[in-house]
Design a protein around this ligand. Sequence first.
Ligand SMILES: [Zn+2]
Length: 64
Amino acid sequence: MAFSEDEKQGWLARKRRRERPRPFFYDQRPVGVCIHCQAPFGMADGTVIGGVAVCDDCEECADF
Ligand SMILES: [Zn+2]
């Protein structure tokens, strides 16, 4: 099934966000590994609540 134009734009927007330069002044040590995409993320890039870690990208679009 081909991407619809809307899906394509959403995907590109997510891709761009993922590739945005990280602010260097934040602590860059990973604070968790996303349960959704398994990517490690730092203080500024995700949330850890009750031992569950979710990166910002997944928190926005995931359905859990
Ligand atoms: Zn994630």
